[in-house]
Unconditional design. Structure first.
Length: 398
């Protein structure tokens, strides 16, 4: 039996000092030093085997933070971990206090193809793995064929379609040796809830961006565009997940979904929940009122859905521990979980999994400040997301 910890960490705009990422936004040398130290301390606290990072503008900045974490952790080990001369050094408490470090870990970074010049930067994602990678991690952002989502008019005619040819941020896909298996790990950062407003030709900005002339209807349409894009990106990720599961590969999905666990984009990624009994349901080709799926077909349908569903680590933990609240984001008085780790059924014994199971679920959210709070502007250097981590117990055989 072995253990593994998997974490998701939205670092909030990691970039070097005096580099403008968004318009008029950059860190002074002192601010960057504070931010890097805070991020490093969080990494030491988590000490996770695999970490998925979001909002990485520069790989060099991330590598510097990881190196700072190793310096911190190794210094802590010298104080908190007994040397080999102490008979009590093997006690469980010292395994918990010991920091394993990332000197020999592998790091994969996916830059954003939408990245622009100073003031118009776009962040990427990264995966850090103590277990290394099997093969070369894959970046999914430019779609080989544009995704057309057709609509049918309510009157039965052609309702047009919605098209995307690239994702707002990359999805990073890596194969990670874990226990007795190789697990396909996806790290994602879906489109934010910020509205998408169309700038007219020759205009300096979209009219809806002018809050002094507030356009409620136009801004609502912008929010609808953002939601469509987020759900389309979730579908692209779901397609990749299903391909891995059908190939027989265990899957872990992590990242910032920018929606809660019960939102549509999360449901798309996880897969639909099966009904209790499909033999109650009229067949798709029913010719009579009693023409329903058979008991045998119900079992087949149940298995077909269950085999490619993902399970929210947060919900598994809430159910297991009898807790009733987890949140990773606080903004405008709304507390919700928009950062998620999903597990395929290989890690869920009650769903038939044999690879391992989740032992615990950690949330580091004590640093969160509601965006509407008076202290929020002074807390811009820490992340505006909680960090989440899954603790897995892995079996020794497939």
């Amino acid at each position: 039996m072995s253990r593994a910890t998997i974490a998701s960490f939205n670092v909030k705009n990691l970039i070097g000092a005096e580099s403008e990422y968004y318009r008029f936004q950059q860190y002074t040398q002192e601010e960057y030093a504070w931010k890097a130290a805070w991020l490093a301390d969080q990494i030491v606290t988590m000490d996770a085997d695999v970490i998925g990072f979001q909002e990485i503008f520069e790989e060099t900045a991330l590598r510097a933070v990881i190196a700072e974490a190793d310096d911190m952790g190794e210094e802590s080990n010298e104080v908190a971990v007994p040397d080999r001369s102490k008979r009590y050094r093997k006690k469980a408490i010292f395994r918990k206090l010991s920091y394993a470090g990332y000197r020999d870990a592998a790091l994969a970074f996916a830059p954003n193809v939408n990245d622009g010049k100073a003031g118009n930067r776009r962040p990427g994602v990264a995966i850090l793995s103590r277990f290394g990678f099997e093969g070369t991690p894959e970046i999914i952002q430019e779609l080989p064929t544009p995704l057309d989502i057709p609509f049918q008019d309510m009157g039965g005619g052609d309702g047009g379609h919605y098209r995307i040819s690239r994702l707002s941020r990359p999805i990073l896909k890596a194969r990670v040796p874990m226990g007795c298996a190789v697990v396909t790990v996806f790290n994602t950062h879906l489109k934010s809830k910020l509205g998408e407003f169309v700038k007219p030709n020759g205009a300096e900005f979209a009219p809806e961006a002018d809050l002094a002339n507030y356009d409620a209807v136009g801004r609502a349409l912008g929010a609808a565009r953002a939601a469509l894009r987020r759900m389309a990106e979730a579908w692209v990720l779901r397609r990749e997940i299903v391909a891995e599961l059908k190939a027989g590969n265990p899957v872990i999905v992590m990242g910032d979904f920018n929606d809660s666990e019960n939102a549509v984009s999360s449901e798309i990624i996880a897969g639909e929940k099966p009904f209790k009994n499909y033999s109650w349901m009229l067949r798709h080709d029913a010719k009579a009122s009693n023409d329903r799926y058979s008991k045998e077909e119900n079992e087949t349908i149940q298995e077909a859905i269950a085999a490619i569903r993902l399970h929210s680590a947060e919900k598994l933990f809430v159910r297991k521990s009898l807790r009733d609240m987890v949140y990773t984001s606080a903004f405008g008085g709304v507390y919700e979980s928009i950062d998620q780790i999903y597990l395929s059924r290989h890690f869920v014994p009650e769903a038939g999994g044999t690879l391992g199971e989740m032992e615990y679920f950690s949330v580091l959210n004590d640093h969160l400040t509601d965006g509407s709070h008076a202290e929020a502007p002074y807390n811009k250097l820490a992340s505006d997301h909680g960090q989440i981590m899954v603790h897995l117990v892995l079996g020794e055989t497939r």
